[in-house]
Design a protein around this ligand. Structure first.
Ligand code: HEM
Length: 545
């Protein structure tokens, strides 16, 4: 009897001695069971979405991610849509299910009628906030509604019309630079190869800085301008690999808040230790520089606008920042309130969302014109006819150039600068007859919708601007062309971007011809949040007489 008691005591003593290890073992066992459940049991045997059409589930940890980031944005998903139809289920990293819907009814639910139930996923808001401000892109619900209401007047057609003349100084500067460089060639009639995206990125930065903040970067002549240089560094980080590292980091609990601290900024050199994290140091440094310059511009605009209002002077600036400062100073009746910190976030959003997207849109249009010389010639004839009487067309005159409008829309359809975006289901819900579970990532397939044969016909992937003269009946008016998406979160800068693209293209096409830089050249879109040309788009540019 006593031996039995002694043995029992010895076991208890032993268990107590080893308890920490036991606890750790139990926790590890639990974690392993959870991983096995998430990666192998849920997606294969339990998920109600497992019967939805789609490709095989792919790698157990990365899902279909490797295939997606190795390819051009939207192309893998386009092949899936061709093979499996308008509803596709795929698996992202760590077993997270991703649903894609192309049908307008499903899109309407996700983006318009039930949009509050489908916000942008948190990791995406954190990344967007870090690089493009915590404003419209990161808020949702009532806060977002109020922000939109406050910002909408600045993007009205009336205000855009008043701003169009600001576009032409940067555009004409680019024309002069290209002409001078071509003129310096041994044989100017053969033109010169320019990496066009680089130049377009400068023009659009100069335009957005003038129209949004009344700030003259003049990066075309002054590449060392502080803001231009900081943006140049930031944009050099655009790649699928860097985006993947950033998504991983931003998914670590607490890391997004840490990224905003001075503490981490002072220790940013730590990221140099791991090569795959090194770009984070450049990101932190560039954003710090952009924020410092932005605060300085905001201070200047506030002081200037306040003294003009005090003096009863109505010759106020027409840039967006001055309009917002003016609205704040006059304290409009509808309770418009925006503090300096919020203004600064909007500043970052306009820069982040409105510069590189427009540059990519123009670059892809030039590429399509370079490989379709007959379209280029037809466009040149139209713009030359209009520019002969009016070399700096305003909003209304640009609208009258119909073929230009069709070329721009067709290029944005085939090469949307934002090729996809994401939403996350915040509750269990039925979409298109499929039970979509809370937490599922909904992939908004902008490029796939834009080129889906079910909407656009058999030639959906071809560049044919004439199709815009009469669109097929299968086209939904807002949900078959998704380059600016739809619903309460649709791009606030849509009209501004299209007008700016038209102004730049009209002037460039009237003066130059564009050809591929070498035989067999192929388009090389990046697979990051925005789709810019990875090689900065080298094109041969010639002066046309
Ligand atoms: C060709 C150029 C452009 C394209 C293709 C484009 C595309 C888009 C897309 C697809 C979205 C929705 C993203 C999402 O919901 O996840 C968006 C949102 C937004 N864009 Fe643009 N954009 C362009 C130019 C601009 C310009 C010039 C500005 C402003 C100066 C701008 C400001 C914004 C803002 C503030 C949002 C957030 C809207 C909200 O959530 O309420 N964009 N854009």
């Amino acid at each position: 009897m006593s031996t039995l008691r002694e043995t029992g005591m010895r076991w208890i003593e032993k268990w107590l001695n080893y308890r920490p290890m036991t606890v750790v073992s139990i926790l590890m066992g639990f974690a392993c069971a959870k991983i096995v459940y998430r990666l192998y049991i849920w997606p294969y045997f339990l998920s109600p979405m497992r019967h939805a059409p789609g490709p095989p589930l792919g790698h157990p940890i990365y899902g279909q991610w490797p295939e997606i980031i190795r390819n051009e944005a939207g192309v893998v998903q386009r092949e899936w849509a061709k093979k499996y139809g308008p509803t596709v289920r795929a698996i992202g990293p760590v077993g997270v299910e991703r649903m894609t819907f192309l049908n307008p009814e499903a899109m309407h639910k996700i983006l318009i009628s039930d949009c509050f139930d489908y916000p942008r996923p948190k990791f995406m808001r954190n990344i967007l906030g870090l690089t493009a401000g915590f404003g419209l892109l990161t808020n949702t619900g009532d806060v977002h509604k109020q922000m939109r209401k406050a910002l909408n007047p600045a993007f009205s057609v009336a205000n855009l019309t008043a701003q169009t003349d600001m576009y032409y100084e940067p555009i004409n500067s680019l024309v002069k630079i290209l002409k001078a460089e071509i003129g310096d060639q041994a044989n100017p009639s053969e033109g010169k190869i320019f990496t066009m995206y680089d130049w377009l990125s400068k023009v659009t930065l100069d335009i957005i800085c003038l129209t949004a903040f009344g700030y003259d970067t003049d990066s075309l002549h002054n590449p060392d301008n502080e803001l231009a240089d900081a943006y140049h560094h930031l944009l050099s980080l655009q790649s699928g690999k860097n985006l993947a590292s950033l998504i991983l980091l931003m998914s670590v609990p607490g890391f997004p808040s840490l990224m905003k601290t001075d503490w981490l900024y002072k220790r940013r050199h730590w990221f140099r230790v791991w090569r795959f994290l090194a770009p984070i140091e450049i990101l932190l440094e560039s954003m710090r520089r952009i924020k410092t310059i932005s605060s300085q511009i905001l201070r200047e605009r506030t002081q200037e606008t306040a003294s003009l209002i005090a003096a009863g002077d109505n010759t106020l600036r027409r840039d967006i920042m001055s309009l917002l400062v003016e609205a704040r100073l006059r304290e409009s009746k509808d309770g418009f309130k925006m503090d300096d910190a919020m203004m600064l976030e909007h500043f970052l959003t306009f820069l982040g969302a409105g510069h590189e997207t427009t540059a990519s849109g123009i670059a892809w249009t030039l590429w399509l014109l370079a490989i379709n010389p007959e379209v280029q010639q037809k466009l040149r004839e139209e713009v030359r006819m209009h520019l002969a009487n009016n070399p700096t067309p305003d909003y209304k005159s640009l609208k009258q150039m119909e073929y230009l409008e069709h070329v721009v829309m067709e290029a944005l359809r085939l090469y949307p600068p934002v090729p996809m975006t994401l939403r996350k289901a915040t509750k269990n819900d039925y979409i298109d007859g499929i039970m979509v579970m809370k937490g599922t990532i909904v992939y908004i397939p902008i490029r796939v919708v834009n080129t889906y044969q079910g909407f656009w016909g058999a030639d959906a992937e071809e560049f044919r601007p004439e199709r815009w003269e009469k669109l097929p009946d299968t086209i939904h008016p807002t949900l078959s062309f998704m380059s600016f998406i739809a619903g309460p979160h649709h791009c606030i800068g849509k009209t501004m971007a299209v007008v700016e693209m038209k102004a730049v293209l009209a002037i460039l096409i009237s003066q130059f011809s564009f050809e591929p830089a070498y035989p067999g050249q192929k388009a090389k879109p990046t697979t990051a949040i925005t789709m810019k040309p990875e090689d900065d788009l080298p094109l041969r540019v010639k002066i046309v007489q």
